[in-house]
Design a protein around this ligand. Structure first.
Ligand code: FE2
Length: 363
């Protein structure tokens, strides 16, 4: 047994937590860049952040809204080199928080966006404070940023990019469109499941198992498409648990296989992952029966079949792809997917078969 478990992000949870804890911002300096999703005005999060910054005598510069699935070039276009700023506030879903991590690098370093990946920058990225406003990403507690590069997604990471603080106020979820609630909840579930079933996952078992227990509590609300304030609060917290699970353990082939579906077919990230998650669980079952059974029990689903049925219900209608399209996904995803610490070794042929079962079930 050998592992390190450290989650340094300060996690502040509760209604109104930004205004109640405005002084937390003051330790990072007097000039902040605010990187936001387009929804940050509507859900009230931006107003709370600007209020807290003003109260602390901090100047906040609000950048243009981050587009969905941003590229490194999109990140550079947001701000670029801006050494007069001392920290970054990220507010929104995964795209905004991941873009903010890039902004944190590029604002502190006069370098091209490729430097985020090859780490050819010298100055420490600006500190990041994260305010997630969806219930999926987990990026508020990870050191990783995942951006769209070509036909897939590529990540860069650094311990410096781990947000210093994460504010979780479920009130911001109230205005989230139903489809985004479902898709991001699927992303969070996928994080916990994937991390739980990695080859050497037990360092985060306690986190993932608690996420499964929580999920069981709001599963019916997801199925009904109706949420109480308590459901939203638990969903946001559970998404952060999923983030901790992947921060400690990582994701599996499922995430890698989801990337081309998102980039080429414009399927939101969480739903794209969920599309192959059910078949993946069936694939790894013989290598990890005990944990899959425990997971299904905690999620309160009737075995693998019950898990797959639940996913189908939450995913809703899906497109069916041709074998040629699937071969394209395999081409993009296979190499990276095979390198993950999957519960059992996975080959290119396995990946093709998983995609086919999930995306063209008549084959
Ligand atoms: Fe994800």
């Amino acid at each position: 047994m050998e592992f390190t478990f450290q989650v340094p992000t300060e996690i502040i949870v509760g209604q109104g937590c930004i205004r109640k804890n405005a002084e937390k911002f003051s330790q990072f300096g007097k000039k902040a860049l605010v990187v936001k999703s387009a929804s940050a005005e509507k859900n009230g999060s931006l107003a709370d952040i600007l209020h807290a910054l003003r109260e602390q005598g901090i100047e906040g510069k609000v950048l243009d809204s981050v587009p969905a699935n941003p590229t490194p070039e999109d990140v550079q276009a947001l701000c670029g080199y801006a050494p007069e700023f001392s920290f970054v506030v990220a507010v929104g879903g995964g795209s905004a928080i991941d873009a903010a991590k890039g902004v944190a690098v590029l604002a502190a370093n006069d370098v091209p966006p490729s430097a985020m990946y090859d780490k050819s920058y010298r100055n420490t990225p600006l500190p990041v404070i994260a305010v997630p406003t969806t219930c999926g990403t987990g990026s508020e507690v990870t050191a990783v940023s995942v951006l769209t590069v070509g036909e897939s997604k590529q990540s860069f990471s650094s311990p410096d990019l781990l947000p210093k603080a994460a504010f979780l106020d479920a009130g911001y979820l109230k205005t989230l469109p139903m489809r985004v609630m479902l898709d991001t909840a699927l992303d969070a579930l996928s994080h916990s499941v994937e991390a739980y079933l990695l080859a050497d996952s037990w360092s985060n078992d306690m986190i993932a198992e608690q996420a499964f227990r929580n999920f069981a509590k709001y599963k019916e609300a997801l199925e009904r498409r109706e949420f109480t304030d308590e459901d939203r609060a638990l969903m946001l917290y559970t998404a952060t648990l999923g983030g901790i699970a992947i921060y400690v353990g990582g994701t599996s082939a499922v995430h890698t296989m989801g990337y081309p579906i998102t980039v080429l077919k414009d399927i939101p990230h969480g739903r794209a992952c969920a599309l192959t998650l059910g078949e993946y669980i069936g694939f790894v079952y013989d290598a990890n029966k005990e944990k899959v059974d425990t997971m299904c029990k905690l999620l309160q689903v009737d075995g693998i079949r019950g898990f797959q049925e639940m996913l189908k219900g939450l995913i809703g209608e899906t497109a069916v792809y041709t074998e040629e399209e699937i071969r394209g996904f395999v081409e993009i995803a296979a190499e990276a997917a095979m390198k993950k610490k999957n519960a059992k070794p996975i080959t290119r042929e396995d990946i093709f078969a998983l995609y086919c079962k999930a995306l063209c079930p008549q084959k």
